[in-house]
Design a protein around this ligand. Sequence first.
Ligand code: GN1
Ligand code: MG
Length: 362
Amino acid sequence: MIDEKIKALCNIFGISGKIKEIKKLTNGHINLTYGIRVEEGDGEYDYVLQRINTYVFKNPVEVMENIAKVTSHIAAKVGLNEYNTVYFLNTKEGINYFVDKDEYFWRCSKYIKNTVTFNSTEDLFVLEESGKAFGEFQRYLSDFNAKDLNIVIPHFHNTIMRYDAFKRAIEEDGVSRLREVGREVDDYLSLEDIATQMYRMQKRGELPLKVTHNDTKCNNVLFDKDSLVYRAVIDLDTVMPGLIGFDFGDAVRFNANTCEEDERDISKVALDFKKYEAFGKGFVSEVGSSLSENEKNTLHLGAITMTIECGMRFLTDYLNGDKYFSVNFDDHNLVRSRCQLALAKDMIAKSEEMKNILKKYF
Ligand code: GN1
Ligand code: MG
């Protein structure tokens, strides 16, 4: 049944070859994603078909508009094509999305050939490349007018409002999970001051808003399959004005953990200095010279902030009954949240050293 539906959607996006394989891809936590292999003329090609989560992205047309603007801005500088950027297919009507009869919102892109992604890696070369990829992305957008972007998720990294939502979830305790998570709740509440510091600095004009990616996980970079040099930054859904330290920080949260984001055994969770340094070196080599003193001094704090924020978002969602992030088992959001909490605490203990490591690259 689902395969028939997917075949029909492929047809709508003008894919004419024979479908050889349909695979559900589970890297992302938000959109429903399928990888599709198609035999077409001279060979086999891969496509990515996605149903955008409209609980999260209330206005997907605006998401697609942002992506078009951002990619054409970069294209004007370096030239982009289906081999180095996310390239969405048009329907017969000439639009790059399709709304089905159930009002689900679909889009389809060509998978960039000969590339790989990593959910975690020990390879320091890959991590440095990942830092360069997001640093370069940031540099390309440094002259993009932020006012031209739709704010697709308002207050995305507004940690003050994230805390408000967390406190609301605690108060409502909609699915009666609060009693299991008292310790985690107290720990996250005790981190409020540190987690809101950069947001408050931005409000005081001490940190500038730039156009940022906002979801800089390593699995949002494609690497060349053979050389492992980065080829493209993907998942441009959340490109919006933000703090550069948050782009740096969210990547560190994901890439420089000794474990994956949802490690259950928190005794294994820690910040890995070598991974941190490799990513930092790549990132700073691209953007270091454009940063203000305040930006330089808060990059490491961006990592602490993003780790607390993400962990608290997982816990908020757990308390709300797993409405936002997709989960693979009952307490998945709780496990993710505990892992982020352990990582944030370790980072706080290592904060001075994190800051010092970056100094040699400025
Ligand atoms: C979500 O779907 P994915 O994995 O690309 C989330 C990010 C979180 C991340 C945690 C739109 O990203 O903000 O950091 O999960 N995206 C949205 O892994 O909320
Ligand atoms: Mg993603």
